[in-house]
Design a protein around this ligand. Structure first.
Ligand code: SF4
Length: 680
């Protein structure tokens, strides 16, 4: 018992309460109008308007649609004093219609607008990267004295806002963005998670010095890996400094459709799994009222999740508690990414191979070769051959069903062991064993054997008796509600035991697991699949930690096409396997200079075949070229009807007229030798 208590204390030094049980990190309560955040309050849902803040009626009506969709706070941009003042009109209009939703003013660069807004709305969001800094985007170096002088300068600029917030009871979010760190932070830390955390801490310390604690913190990035690492590091540092401010979770510029949802779920869901997060904003390049249902679907899983102890008790780990948390974090690569080392099997899976995708097709019509189109193999009747692409799955599972057509030569088939044994032609076919079957089998595949395991098997005799040879691949399943942590613990034990067998992460979703219908229809055109969100959370959270050599999502109620597509999107979002073009598009807001949704679709229609390219599409350059930190090319609004084109952070063409901008972007890509002509 005492040991457990010590471990709990030592875990408090880490980035979450527990790596093995669901336990929400208890933050301090923050007052935001009538809807408090943090503490034991539910995880709050919020979003941001996209219409011009000077369009009072438009802002009111959009805010109402967002509240009706589930938003508990609504953020509105205030680029200058004029918009900040208009927040009062918007607020009055909302109250007149019976909507008392807390409003949040979004501030960049304009302390004077913040000081006006803080007297009107319930919360202001400032970006520490650009609140008090006119960024020069230069590679500056600072001596210790110069650095301290900068901090003193920020104090003077920031303190008035803090005092107003104190006086008016206004909350504040210190919202760091990976793409917009100050020159000062960049000079010391680069655009790293450490820099993001320090950027917020500088401002938090000023608030605390002025005895102001009504704070919420965020660490956003368009790269879910960077985002997760930054939040974890933030929590670790806050705990070390005795702070417990609520966390606002979000993946910025996540894009739209399936990719936007999956990228958001990988980042936000990973942190929610660890019990972190007090409010969620999902950023999609779609109408803002479509964001709340996605956030709600992510968050609702935890309102029901019971605290759950996993089978391997902490007492069994024979190391000191303080060592435990650091070695656990190290074993799972929690703060900085490192892939778990595994051996390569059959020159196909594990080692340096990309994670493999398995899809179950055993319930499909196995007399029809055209069904394989859903898993990336298009059958050509005339040529009697299959065409494959970047999203062709690697394995199909057939259980005990035999197809009556010839399978593609490069698609590996998995059969239950007893069926596999009876196959006349075992070429490209591999057996799937239970642990018991594997230990007793007299016939095995010479190349690749898959064995189903779960975390609880680790302690058993069957596992102890396993022959860990160079043909073995684990398929790791879980039936636990807090399944990610259950599977993570298995990985941790493998690492500790020095077992480098590749592992395919398998998650199964029964229809009953989804509350309400499987696909909640959010608008007539846009079905949102909870499967995408759940699988991206559960599997993505492990991939973010470098765990897993393959994924197998099983959901009998979901089409194989959708499962295959979600699998590749999860791998893309975790940067573990790139199979398509990535769009880092902002959700748009009142600063937007063109129609983000339409433009994103247009750019996608011309560039979606450029696998691996990351294209940033931003309504404005509020965060500076750093916003392009994660993109290869950028298409950014620079004025009405004007677009500036970037190559990474470098401006290549300024103020191109909108009709010419896409063509010019393609030319730049072509000049760089990265353009590929599409076949007619
Ligand atoms: S990048 Fe997009 S969401 Fe961000 S401030 Fe500019 S227009 Fe608004």
């Amino acid at each position: 018992m005492e040991m457990k208590k010590n471990i709990a204390n030592s875990l408090a030094e880490g980035y979450c309460n527990s790596l093995t049980q669901y336990s929400r990190w208890l933050t301090r309560e923050v007052t935001i109008g009538d809807i408090p955040m943090g503490g034991h309050h539910p995880i709050r849902i919020q979003s941001m308007t996209t219409v011009d803040t000077m369009d009072t009626l438009g802002s009111i009506e959009q805010t109402i649609r967002m509240v009706d969709a589930g938003c508990e706070y609504v953020r509105i941009t205030a680029p200058s004093i004029k918009e900040a003042r208009n927040l009062e009109e918007i607020k009055k209009g909302l109250i007149a219609r019976g909507y008392n939703v807390p409003l949040v003013a979004d501030i960049h660069f304009t302390p004077n607008a913040a000081e006006v807004a803080a007297r009107i709305v319930e919360k202001v969001r400032i970006n520490p990267g650009n609140y008090a800094d006119k960024k020069r985007f230069d590679e500056l170096t600072y001596s210790d004295l110069e650095y301290q002088n900068e901090l003193d300068r920020i104090y003077k600029k920031f303190a008035p806002l803090v005092k107003i917030c104190k006086e008016y009871g206004t909350a504040m979010r210190i919202g760091t963005n990976h793409g917009s760190l100050s020159d000062r932070i960049m000079s010391h830390f680069g655009d790293t998670p450490e820099g993001m955390v320090e950027s917020a801490l500088e401002f938090i310390r000023i608030c605390e010095d002025l005895n102001y604690y009504n704070l919420v913190i965020s660490m956003k990035s368009s790269n879910p890996l960077v985002m997760v690492q930054a939040y974890r590091l933030l929590v670790q540092k806050m705990r070390a400094e005795g702070m417990n401010y609520p966390l606002h979770l979000g993946v910025t510029e996540a894009g739209d459709g399936e990719d936007g949802r999956i990228k958001s779920a990988v980042g936000i869901g990973t942190l929610l799994e660890d019990g972190l997060g007090d409010t969620v904003r999902v950023s999609l390049t779609e109408e803002p009222e479509l964001e709340a249902p996605v956030a709600i679907a992510l968050v609702n899983r935890y309102s029901r999740r019971a605290e759950q102890t996993l089978p391997l008790s902490e007492e069994k780990i024979d190391i000191s508690p303080l060592d435990k948390i650091s070695s656990d974090a190290e074993a799972i690569g929690a703060i900085s990414y490192s892939k778990r080392e595994s051996q390569e099997v059959n020159a196909f899976i594990g080692g340096s191979m990309v994670p493999r995708v398995v899809v179950d097709i055993s319930r499909r019509n196995l007399k029809d070769p055209f069904i394989l189109k859903d898993v990336g193999y298009r059958y050509d009747v005339l040529l009697d051959k299959y065409h494959m692409g970047d999203q062709s799955v690697d394995f199909v599972y057939l259980a005990s069903e035999l197809p009556s057509f010839t399978m593609p030569g490069n698609l590996k088939q998995i059969y239950d062991f007893t069926t596999w044994q009876k196959l006349n032609n075992k070429n490209n076919c591999h057996p799937f064993f239970t642990l018991e079957e594997y230990n007793r089998a007299t016939e095995k595949d010479l190349q690749l054997n898959l064995v189903l395991v779960s975390n609880s098997d680790f302690e058993g005799d069957e596992f102890a008796n396993l022959l860990l040879d160079k043909t073995l691949v684990f398929v790791l399943e879980t039936d636990k509600e807090h399944g990610m942590a259950d599977q993570r613990q298995f990985f941790k034990e493998l690492v500790k035991a020095g077992i480098n067998t590749p592992v395919i992460i398998k998650r199964s979703y029964k229809v009953e697991e989804f509350s309400g219908p499987l696909n909640d229809v959010m608008s007539p055109e846009e079905p949102v699949s909870k499967l995408q969100l759940y699988a991206a959370t559960d599997v993505g959270a492990l991939m973010v930690d470098g765990l897993g050599d393959g994924i197998w999502i099983d959901s009998p109620a979901t089409s194989t096409e959708k499962i295959a597509s979600a699998s590749f999107s999860i791998l893309q979002a975790t940067r573990s396997r790139i199979s398509k073009t990535e769009y880092i598009s902002c959700p748009s807001c009142g600063r937007t200079l063109f129609d983000l949704q339409e433009t994103t679709q247009l750019i996608r229609s011309k560039t979606s075949h450029l696998k691996g390219l990351k294209i940033g599409i931003m309504g404005c350059i509020v965060n500076g070229p750093g916003e392009m930190a994660d993109a290869d090319y950028g298409y950014v609004g620079s004025g009405p009807g004007k677009i500036t084109l970037y190559r990474g952070k470098e401006v290549v063409k300024k103020n191109v007229s909108t009709p010419d901008a896409l063509g010019e972007l393609i030319e730049i890509i072509r000049e760089d030798g990265k353009w590929v002509d599409l076949d007619d």
